[in-house]
Design a protein around this ligand. Structure first.
Ligand code: BGC
Length: 434
């Protein structure tokens, strides 16, 4: 029973441990006991934190920033790192779902601000965090557009730790030069032309990885073809999924896919992005965790890689945010709340954002971010129009996003645009505005 489990030292179930261990093994990590309980405690306390930050690209390193800070402040609490590897949390979310459905919540779990998180609220799985968010100053410091995606019925349910951008093009200046491409393409049409030139220079034009990276590409194309307002409308009852703009976006998407590797689905996002810095591929559309990866790999901006907004989305900031939560029925709520307070600290957010390749969600932690990618991102954040990300939980419920995934999987194999448009429109009919 939950009450008893909360009072007793936590035991991980055999299945939970096995799944976590397998996934961590795949990422080359070990289940981490980060801090020993202070010797004098008679009862061992531990905090298990579930995330998908197990891999390269600043992910595991960024999580470590939080873990180290927690260990310093709470040496008596053993930290259990339950990270499950896999980009965008695709694998982790499946494991998490199973744990939540069987009443085995971790002390805190990662999610995305927006409908993905709010689905958990609706399922009555999360505790309210209004007091903690106000008490740490986060309520006043975070942008309203973000607070809005953490709130249901006036209550906040997640502590944001990242403010990422999705609509970015990462490209190889060397390959662009080789292909006689003057600069990053600025609209979907010139994007397709650029890819043709790169193909003629015998390089892979557009790097892509597992299925979610194709969805990521699709959302930036939708933003480019529909504009910020049209894109945002798609996720409400007014969305016109059968209209000419969506049809054009799908045509563009199809043309772009022609210039990717047909076997791309076997690559992780890190492997796909590395093709760009190694000069094997011309470019990739991906979020700014790529910046975290390249920085971690010691790649040099302007030489090994450069960035620009995804073609056709200038002035638009397609944002997403990773948040940590307080599930209902956690074994040690005080230990979990202490974790969330660490997540909310301005200095910790700032340190973590540098490694992760994103802005800190607290605007008071953005002060002094200047130059390089992060300075560029900060300037853009201040003036661009924010829109949500489909792939990263910001605009569609989990059920809707799941239907989009199935439609996309079919499209990636048969490339039938008419069928894809109809599948997307039918999914919107079922879910938009619900
Ligand atoms: C997360 C990022 C992560 C990326 C790749 C996104 O969904 O929000 O934090 O780095 O996926 O795994």
């Amino acid at each position: 029973m939950r009450g008893e489990r909360a009072a007793a030292p936590r035991r991980r179930s055999v299945l939970g441990g096995l799944l976590g261990g397998l996934a961590l093994g795949a990422a080359g990590c070990t289940q981490g006991r980060e801090a020993r309980p202070a010797g004098e405690t008679s009862e061992q306390r531990e905090l298990e934190v579930f995330s998908w930050w197990a891999g390269a690209g600043g992910e595991a390193t960024a999580l470590r920033v939080l873990i180290d800070r927690y260990a310093r402040l709470h040496p008596g609490i053993t930290f259990v790192n339950a990270a499950v590897a896999g980009g965008a949390g695709v694998q982790a979310r499946a494991v998490l779902e199973q744990r939540l459905q069987t009443g085995r919540p971790p002390g805190s779990f990662q999610g995305h601000a927006g409908p993905e998180l709010l689905d958990h609220v609706r399922a009555d799985r999360l505790q309210r965090l209004d007091d903690l968010i106000t008490g740490t100053g986060l309520a006043d410091a975070m942008p309203e557009v973000l607070a809005d995606r953490l709130r249901t019925d006036g209550h906040l349910h997640g502590v944001p730790v990242t403010l990422h951008r999705a609509n970015l093009l990462w490209y190889s200046p060397r390959v662009f030069e080789l292909a006689k491409v003057d600069g990053p393409p600025e609209d979907p049409e010139s994007f397709v032309e650029t890819l043709e030139k790169i193909a003629a220079a015998a390089r892979l034009p557009l790097a892509l990885g597992e299925a979610w990276t194709a969805k990521h590409l699709l959302e930036t194309v939708l933003a480019a073809e529909l504009g910020a307002a049209g894109y945002e409308r798609l996720w409400g009852p007014e969305g016109d999924w059968r209209g000419p703009d969506v049809r054009r976006a799908i045509r563009t998407f199809r043309s772009l896919l022609r210039r990717t590797d047909p076997d791309a689905g076997t690559l992780t996002w890190q492997e796909a992005a590395t093709l760009v810095t190694e000069g094997q591929a011309g470019c990739m559309v991906m979020g700014d965790w790529v910046y975290g990866l390249f920085a971690e790999q010691g790649r040099r901006p302007e030489e090994d890689y450069a960035w620009a907004v995804a073609p056709g989305t200038d002035g638009v900031y397609q944002w997403l945010s990773d948040v940590f939560t307080l599930p209902k029925g956690v074994p040690d709520a005080a230990a979990a709340r202490a974790w969330l307070r660490v997540c909310a600290e301005p200095a910790t957010q700032r340190r973590m954002a540098q490694v992760k390749g994103c802005l800190p969600p607290r605007t008071d932690a953005m002060d002094g971010i200047d130059g390089g990618y992060l300075g560029w991102a900060r300037d853009a954040w201040e003036k661009d129009t924010p829109i949500g990300s489909l792939t990263h939980g910001g605009v569609a419920s989990n059920a809707w996003a799941g239907e989009i995934d199935r439609a996309l999987t079919l499209f990636l194999s048969v490339r039938d645009s008419t069928r894809f448009t109809e599948d997307l429109a039918a999914a919107a009919d079922r879910h938009a505005g619900s």
